[in-house]
Design a protein around this ligand. Structure first.
Ligand SMILES: [Zn+2]
Length: 344
């Protein structure tokens, strides 16, 4: 049963998405052309989830996800579950994919999520397949607002827009808990996008997870669309205020930034756990287990091992599946080296 095994020292996990199998891309084109019936579509996604779980479990990841196989470009698939939105053509259709080339939405009226976000159904299926501990992932209110234009809008600014998602996400988290989720990770971007202070960001997060008793993680993301970040990639300026989030752990990316700001882990582990990104999802380079181990050692100089775990920097959506598996194996290899050093 997921969530029932005790995690080992230096647990390994993922941030969320798994590398998509090639056949899923070609099948999704056919889905778009109306060639799949509802049963075909369900089988398609179920099979993709089975593979994502198999890859993670075989690699030896302790706390897995369903690979977010049913989501498209992280949040795009959630917008079809909302009312009040009108879609707009991408601003740019030529050239390399970027943040300006995905569909955008305008909130012509107040947004509602009448039937929930669908994450509970994702979790229920994954639970029926997983043998390792399972983590549910959910975009936070800022992430959820990210492809909705600030102007024109039924909201006066992005903070107010993001605030609209607090209720629906909180309801989804509680439903996840009722479905047996013991580990939940909320994914949010840098606070700078909402234009407010870190305190505003913390307040929004805390209201989103209010009353949730499952273990809560917060992944603070610099963006990963087409393997490109979107924000200034530093964590130092959000401390110490970010420590006021009611999360049990912070899930942060370090590998792609050559471990910049790694010293914040010392502050974090005084009160929370930290999952450190030790594998770069924006690079084709496959880290060696010893390189992963060396990054963990840097953190262990100033933090107790009981508070430290490891993850890839972000989701693997933009990484080929074969490379995703290699990177997962290196992650696990690095953790094993350190566990041996710590326990003899
Ligand atoms: Zn991320």
């Amino acid at each position: 049963m997921p969530g029932q095994k005790k995690l080992p020292l230096i647990p390994t996990s993922v941030v969320g998405s798994h590398g998509l199998p090639g056949w899923l891309y070609s099948s999704l084109d056919r889905v778009d052309h109306g060639e799949f019936g509802p049963t075909d579509e369900r089988e398609l996604y179920d099979d993709a989830v089975k593979l994502a779980i198999m890859d993670q479990e075989r690699a030896g990841i302790d706390l897995i996800t369903d690979g977010e196989m049913r989501r498209w470009k992280f949040v795009q698939s959630f917008y079809s579950r909302m009312t009040g939105l009108t879609s707009q053509e991408p601003l740019r259709k030529l050239g390399p994919e970027g943040y300006d080339s995905v569909p955008r939405y305008v909130a012509t009226e107040k947004i509602k999520v009448p039937d929930g976000l669908g994450i509970v159904d994702e979790f229920e299926y994954a639970k029926s397949q997983a043998t390792h501990n399972l983590k549910a992932t959910c975009p936070g209110p800022v992430t959820m607002s990210i492809h909705i234009r600030e102007r024109p809008s039924a909201y006066k600014n992005r903070l107010e827009l993001a605030n609209e998602f607090v209720g629906p996400i909180n309801a989804e988290l509680k439903a996840l808990e009722a479905a047996g989720a013991t580990h939940i990770q909320i994914d949010e971007p840098s606070h700078s996008i909402i234009g407010g202070t870190v305190k505003d960001y913390v307040d929004l997060f805390n209201r989103t997870v209010e009353g949730v008793k499952a273990r809560v993680g917060l992944h603070i993301c610099f963006g990963n669309l087409a393997s490109r970040p979107r924000f200034e990639r530093g964590y130092a300026n959000i401390f110490p205020d970010i420590m006021d989030v009611t999360a049990d752990e912070l899930v942060l990316e370090f590998a792609n930034r050559e471990m910049r700001d790694i010293e914040v882990c010392e502050q974090i582990t005084e009160a929370k756990d930290v999952m450190i990104g030790v594998v770069d999802v924006k690079s084709f380079y496959t880290e060696k287990p010893e390189e992963v181990a060396s990054k963990i050692r840097t953190v262990l100089k100033n933090s107790p091992a009981e508070r430290v775990g490891i993850v890839p920097d972000c989701g693997f959506f933009t990484v080929p599946r074969w490379l995703t598996v290699r990177k997962l194996e290196s992650l696990v290899g690095g953790a094993k080296i350190i566990r041996k050093e710590l326990t003899g």
